[in-house]
Design a protein around this ligand. Structure first.
Ligand SMILES: NC(=O)c1ccc[n+]([C@@H]2O[C@H](COP(=O)([O-])OP(=O)(O)OC[C@H]3O[C@@H](n4cnc5c(N)ncnc54)[C@H](OP(=O)(O)O)[C@@H]3O)[C@@H](O)[C@H]2O)c1
Length: 249
């Protein structure tokens, strides 16, 4: 698509009186309105393991949280996309820091939680009301009593000595028949997924806010050995939020 085509696409005005908020696709071609379920329908394919789609929201200046949570960055449009991506996933992979910070509740999609400490609120609705028993991936070093308590409400899998091995996690998820993994962070987990080259698609919502401060970026960890190039698969917009879908080159 040429630059002219992009700019004319972005400038297209909504019909007078049309106040309805809706997503429009800017790239690869202009579509207005567009159904997010169709934009995101083509999940990345991998042959040797389940595919991993990572979904994150960040402010224009890269913050992934405001006062420790992501809620202030979002809006109706990204909530809708969050639902769409979950509906397309077989399992949600999330780290314990995010489960605690975002107070995760039960999900229609099975949850797989990564934790070293096994410090999880096992009485919470996340476990008590889960339609599918959550999986907890932990390490041999985790306190035995916590592992045992977790195993009463979750499937507990020891997948490493001190660190959960994320390739092993994907292998275990594959064994259970899950092919499409939606990773929901947080940044500490994301950095390890990136370092292990396990992100097949990054769905990044750019929230139209400046935040400042020292909130984490979408990857928090040691630098990658070299900057990893990504290519855009689609770019959508709604209510000033930009929805980027990026894949490895
Ligand atoms: N903007 C967004 O889209 C978005 C999305 C998600 C989260 N967030 C924000 O990000 C923050 C949380 O992210 P975070 O980076 O601090 O934490 P995180 O990545 O959510 O969780 C880190 C925790 O996960 C466990 N963990 C991660 N990798 C592990 C491994 N290889 N082996 C064993 N355990 C492992 C450990 O749990 P234990 O401590 O239990 O050992 C670790 O302390 C919150 O502020 C949240 O609101 C934002």
């Amino acid at each position: 698509m040429t630059a002219d085509r992009i700019s004319s696409a972005v400038d297209v005005a909504r019909p007078p009186g049309d106040q309805a908020s809706r997503m429009r696709q800017l790239l690869p071609q202009f579509v207005d309105p567009v159904d997010p379920a169709s934009v995101y329908a083509d999940l990345p394919l991998t042959s040797d393991r389940p595919s991993v789609r990572l979904n994150m929201i960040a402010s224009i200046d890269g913050a992934t949280a405001v006062a420790g949570r992501s809620g202030a960055l979002g809006g109706d449009a990204d909530h809708e996309l969050f639902r769409v991506l979950r509906a397309q996933a077989d399992v949600v992979l999330v780290a314990a820091g995010t489960v605690r910070a975002e107070r995760y509740g039960p999900s229609a999609v099975p949850l797989a939680i990564v934790t070293r400490s096994c410090r999880l609120d096992l009485d919470s609705p996340l476990f008590a009301d889960a339609p599918t028993t959550p999986l907890v991936f932990t390490v041999a070093d985790a306190p035995l009593d916590r592992r045992e308590r977790a195993s009463r409400v979750a499937g507990v899998i020891v997948a490493g000595e001190r660190d959960v091995d994320l390739r092993r996690v994907l292998s275990e998820l594959g064994i259970r028949g899950y092919r499409a993994v939606l990773a929901e962070g947080g940044p500490t987990l994301n950095a390890q997924l990136a370092a292990a080259d396990l992100i097949d698609e990054l769905c990044l919502t750019v929230s139209p806010h400046l935040v400042g401060g020292d909130a984490r970026r979408i990857l928090a960890g040691p630098p990658l050995p070299a900057p990893r190039p990504l290519r855009p698969v689609s770019v959508c917009e709604q209510d000033g939020f930009l929805f980027l879908r990026m894949r490895p080159c």
